[in-house]
Write a protein that binds this ligand. Structure first.
Ligand code: NDP
Length: 333
């Protein structure tokens, strides 16, 4: 039975049960060039909330998945292989296998993960992993001895960014929403310090933990937290603006003034979307895989079981229940 989640009612604040509805889909027989895949792992990501205002209601909800190819009339997508596909929240997909030039990563057979779980293709060996890799190294260009701050530190992207910054010889300060998350980052992932943005005074803590100031900031959250950090940066600091999860559920964006710091300290602040590095996609995956194999990069997944529980997995991620990458595992497989 093929099922798909439809974006039924526009989100208003935190998405509510009933905003998405599951409907059954009929699968047509395959034509030449097409293949049929079955979802095994589905991704829930913050961008889905951020992108929702631009989506039409009545259409399938967007998202990536790792699927197994069940039938194929396309030699590039052989039966039995795992593929990544930007197929939406669907249990089964018939795809034409065609990829437009600007969408070369819409679907691809997973490269060899050397025995690691294919689910990592949604996280550390997929889009979030490449976001960390390129977004930190290309935009912040951290140098040994510098101080790097990362917000959203215990999530898929943030936990990865902090570890790469450590590999580059930086001092790393993470900002996350609970003491348990911060303990994990320090004890297991080698972060130097962490701040709990819900209970700590970020300004005072940063002054104490980063007496030499902040050189690089990898911004996953936006809002007040980011303004406080940016206002404490060193001259010629670099800010990689990755996301603004603090704003995605807000009805009105509050004004935060960072321009005086950006100007007076001559900061470089640059936003990015990870598909900027589509032509280097597999370089990122291979580097992250190599770091995992050498024991230099750790990852964690928070798994929810059942296609029917996807909506809960999504809102749990928005509420911060996840450590590392939030994914959904289809039960029957
Ligand atoms: P995460 O795994 O980090 O999950 C989201 C986390 O955000 C939660 O666990 C929660 O942790 C935190 N959070 C939720 N609400 C708030 C809030 N109001 N203030 C601060 N933190 C909050 O997700 P990802 O790693 O997948 O994504 C992280 C960021 O990167 C997002 O902003 C996303 O949009 C962006 N992104 C951008 C890409 C790009 O190409 N530019 C690509 C991929 C991701 P906590 O307990 O700490 O609150």
């Amino acid at each position: 039975k093929a099922q798909v989640y439809i974006y039924d009612k526009p989100f208003d604040g935190l998405p509510k049960e009933g905003d998405l509805k599951i409907v059954e889909e009929e699968l047509k027989p395959l034509k030449d060039g097409e293949f049929l895949s079955e979802a095994v792992y589905l991704s829930v990501d913050p961008y889905m909330r951020g992108y929702a205002p631009f989506m039409k209601t009545g259409t399938p909800f967007i998202g990536g998945q790792i699927a197994i190819i069940r039938e194929s009339k396309n030699s590039k997508f052989p039966v039995g292989k795992y593929c990544f596909g930007q197929f939406g929240w669907r249990s089964h997909t018939v795809s034409d296998g065609e990829v437009q030039p600007n969408e070369q990563l819409f679907q691809y057979v997973l490269p060899d993960f050397k025995g690691l779980s294919p689910s990592l293709g949604l996280g550390v060996l997929g889009m979030p992993g490449n976001t960390a890799y390129f977004g930190l190294l290309e935009i912040c260009q951290p140098k040994a001895g510098e101080t790097v701050v990362v917000s959203g530190a215990a999530g898929a992207v943030g936990s990865h960014v902090g570890q790469i910054a450590k590999l580059k010889g930086c001092k790393v300060i993470g900002i996350a929403g609970s003491d348990e998350k911060n303990k994990w980052l320090i004890d297991d992932l080698n972060f130097d310090h962490c701040i709990n943005y819900k209970t700590d005074n970020i300004k005072h803590k940063l002054a104490e933990l980063a007496p030499n100031g902040i050189d690089c900031y990898f911004d996953n959250v936006g809002g007040e937290v980011s303004s406080t950090i940016i206002n404490q940066m060193n001259r010629f600091g670099r800010i990689s603006v990755c996301g603004a999860i603090a704003a995605y559920n807000e009805k009105q964006v509050k004004a935060n003034v960072v321009q005086p710091s950006v100007a007076f300290k001559q900061l470089k602040m640059e936003g990015f979307i990870v598909n900027r590095w589509n032509d280097r996609w597999f370089e990122g995956i291979n580097k992250n895989l190599e770091w995992i194999q050498n024991g230099k990069l750790k990852y964690r997944e928070t798994i929810t079981y059942g296609f029917e529980n996807m909506f809960h997995a999504f809102t749990d991620m928005l509420k911060g229940v996840n450590y590392g990458k939030a994914i959904v595992r289809v039960k029957s497989l």
